[in-house]
Each structure stands twice: as structure tokens, then as C-alpha cells.
Design a protein around this ligand. Structure first.
Ligand code: IDP
Ligand code: MG
Length: 190
């Protein structure tokens, strides 16, 4: 592994401890319920980048009201692809694993961290079933994916998995804690 991902590769893609925790309690100033804010890792895979779908993915997450707190493009190209081995550690015995690593290292990936209420579960619903044949229309995979082995996008499947994956793909100083300060159109009065 090299190129843009050099520093983390040098660290053996070790999980770093400093990344922001995935859960924080937010109490709206207007009163109302306390919402548990989460973070999740979303990645546009090489086929999604090749098909110019980065913008479509970002647009869907922004429209849904989630907040982008980290994003970078990187190519995980050189064997042994430690970050991918760690990312897909649960799949190492699957017959498709070598092809999966080859696919994921075939071109650039856009990794993102999105924040919001129940963003882990919501983003899994937004991306749809792993297998394009089963993915519901309206989901990202249901609208764009052509095959289970070319399914456009990754999203963490649990809060614990999200924490692990965010720490794997991002340094803590690559994540930005930014606050809403009322630049939505609904905040302005004539
Ligand atoms: P997920 O991406 O929906 O969480 P996982 O089961 O975690 O699905 O599998 C990770 C990735 O491995 C999938 O997104 C897909 O790229 C690939 N994959 C999973 N199952 C198959 C398969 O049966 N054939 C080829 N590739 C597969
Ligand atoms: Mg998965």
C-alpha cells in the first residue's frame, strides 16, 4: 500500500485510538428528546467512482440531513493492502475474498464519515441489499448496482463496526467537528 495512504500504511493500518467516538448525546435547545448522534463510515467503491456516482451518493446523504465530517479519495493499490485486509477481516475465508480485494484496490475509493441520528442503521437502509438483485429500487444499490461484486458503496453495519472502520480509514485530525450555525434557507427571514 502506498501513495495517498502512506502514513496509515506505515502504521500497519493499526486502529488508532484518537478518532472521535461514534456516539454523543445531543439535546436540542428547543427542548424535545435527546438524540443520540452517531458516526458511520461510507465509501464509494472503485466502480462507483468510475461511474461518476460520488456526487449522487453525497447528495442522498445530504438530502437525508446527515452531516459530512470527513472525506478523502485514496487508492489502496499495493499488496498486501493492509487496510482492506483489516476492513474485510470477517470475510477472509469467503471464496470471493481475493476478487473482493482485487476489486477494492482496482481504483480510487472515496471514504467519508457521516454523522447524524441513527446514521448507521439509516445508511444501511439507504444503500440497500448487498446483492443488486435483491436491492430495492430507491436504494443506492437498487438504483445503480449491477452485480453483488460491483455494488457501488460500503456502509458500516453496526455502531461498533463503524467506530472500528472510522479509526481504520481516518486519522482523528481528518475529522471536522463543525456546528450548524443557521445557513439553511429556512433560517433566513425576508
Ligand atoms: P455489505 O457490503 O452489504 O456489508 P458484506 O457481506 O459485508 O456486504 O460483504 C462485503 C462486500 O463483499 C460486499 O459489499 C461485496 O462487495 C462483496 N461480496 C459479498 N458477497 C459477495 C459474493 O457472494 N460475491 C462477490 N462479492 C461479494
Ligand atoms: Mg459488510
Amino acid at each position: 500500500m502506498g501513495g495517498l495512504f502512506g502514513p496509515a500504511a506505515a502504521a500497519g493500518a493499526a486502529v488508532r485510538a484518537a478518532a472521535s467516538g461514534p456516539r454523543q448525546l445531543v439535546r436540542p435547545s428547543s427542548g424535545g428528546p435527546s438524540w443520540t448522534q452517531e458516526r458511520t463510515l461510507v465509501a464509494v467503491k472503485p466502480d462507483g467512482v468510475q461511474r461518476r456516482l460520488i456526487g449522487a451518493v453525497i447528495q442522498r446523504f445530504e438530502r437525508r440531513g446527515f452531516k459530512l465530517v470527513g472525506m478523502k479519495m485514496l487508492q489502496v493499490s499495493d499488496p498486501p493492502c493492509e487496510i482492506l485486509a483489516e476492513h474485510y477481516q470477517d470475510l477472509q475465508r469467503k471464496p470471493f475474498y481475493p476478487a473482493l480485494i482485487s476489486y477494492m484496490s482496482s481504483g480510487p475509493v472515496v471514504a467519508m464519515v457521516w454523522e447524524g441520528y441513527n446514521v448507521v442503521r439509516a445508511s444501511r437502509a439507504m444503500i440497500g441489499h448487498t446483492d443488486s438483485t435483491e436491492a430495492a429500487p430507491g436504494t443506492i444499490r437498487g438504483d445503480f448496482s449491477i452485480h453483488i461484486s460491483r455494488n457501488i458503496i460500503h456502509a458500516s453495519d453496526s455502531v461498533e463496526g463503524a467506530q472500528r472502520e472510522i479509526q481504520l480509514w481516518f486519522q482523528s485530525n481528518e475529522l471536522v467537528n463543525w456546528a450548524d450555525v443557521g445557513h439553511h434557507s429556512s433560517s433566513y427571514q425576508a
